[in-house]
Design a protein around this ligand. Structure first.
Ligand code: AMP
Ligand code: MG
Length: 275
């Protein structure tokens, strides 16, 4: 049997080539497979939603991390475009507000977590607090060091409560990031995406890579492993993230529930005027 995409992309201690396409030969094959993945994912998400409606506790959280221009927004658009947005809960995490800063770093994460039946998508996440915060020395080292364990505890709790987490690091090459940032600058319809610090942040590339490696190593657990998705090719990224979700949600073995208290036979008789 072919190795699952989860097995191929699960973090194993070494970063893959961002230009690689493990599990798929080329764009044409990816497009063909995606045409089949879309309806399957939509079906699974509807089952998840249906189960949540009748008291099931299962929920799914897709966490997207990656440097600027790694394709987080594009991935959200693609994945959510395959399913019913009514069952999705999408949250983008930016610089914390004053209120958020007054709370523990996991406060806004807990508030945004999907509830039963929902497919949650985090565009950036709890990991910013061991990435950008670390790189910029926003808190002392002992404080961010403790956060890896705290994140693991939070994720385990989420899983204990019926959650399933798919954590994706969109692994972009430095060269491709430069190309994409340049393309943004040259296209007036993309200027809105540019932040004043984008180039300065890029100069901290090595610090970010080191912080990413530590986060992958410290927080790839059995209950919530990290997946590294080579992100230089957008078509591959979309295929891989969809496939990771598909494999994960297939494993949930979601059936079609009947609400408790619904006696179908009796109701059918009543509907037909038999009794
Ligand atoms: P964007 O994703 O382009 O909208 O930018 C969001 C910005 O918010 C990025 O520069 C992130 O690094 C930053 N950000 C997200 N979470 C945090 C955090 N916990 N602390 C500081 N900055 C953050
Ligand atoms: Mg940005």
């Amino acid at each position: 049997m072919a190795k699952s995409v989860r097995d191929q992309l699960r973090w194993d201690g070494t970063l893959s080539d961002p230009h690689d396409t493990p599990g798929v030969k080329g764009k044409a094959q990816a497009r063909k497979e995606l045409a089949a993945i879309g309806p399957q994912l939509a079906d699974l998400q509807e089952r998840l939603f249906a189960n949540g409606k009748v008291g099931g506790d299962q929920r799914v959280l897709l966490v997207l991390q990656g440097t600027d221009a790694s394709g987080k927004d594009g991935t959200v658009k693609h994945v959510v475009g395959l399913v019913n947005p009514a069952g999705c809960r999408i949250t983008s995490f930016g610089r914390p507000s004053r209120e958020e800063l007054a709370h523990d770093f996991l406060w806004r994460i807990t508030n945004a977590a999907p509830s039963a039946g929902q497919l949650g998508v985090f565009n950036r996440s709890q990991y910013e607090d061991v990435l950008v915060v670390r790189v910029h020395n926003d808190v002392p080292r002992p404080v961010w060091r403790r956060r890896y364990g705290r994140i693991n505890t939070w994720e385990r709790r989420f899983v204990d409560q019926g959650g399933t987490i798919v954590k994706v690091f969109l692994h972009l090459s430095r060269e491709e990031q430069q190309r994409r940032l340049l393309a943004r600058m040259e296209d007036p319809t993309k200027h809105w995406k540019i932040g004043p610090d984008d180039v300065a942040e890029r100069q901290l590339w090595d610090d970010y890579q080191e912080a990413y490696l530590d986060a992958l190593n410290a927080c790839s657990t059995d209950v919530a492993p990290w997946y590294v998705v080579p992100a230089d090719r957008k078509w591959y990224r979309n295929w891989a993230v969809s496939k990771l979700l598909l494999e994960t949600m297939t494993d949930l073995k979601l059936g079609w529930p009947t609400p408790p208290g619904v006696d179908l036979a009796a109701m059918k008789q009543q509907l037909l005027g038999v009794s």
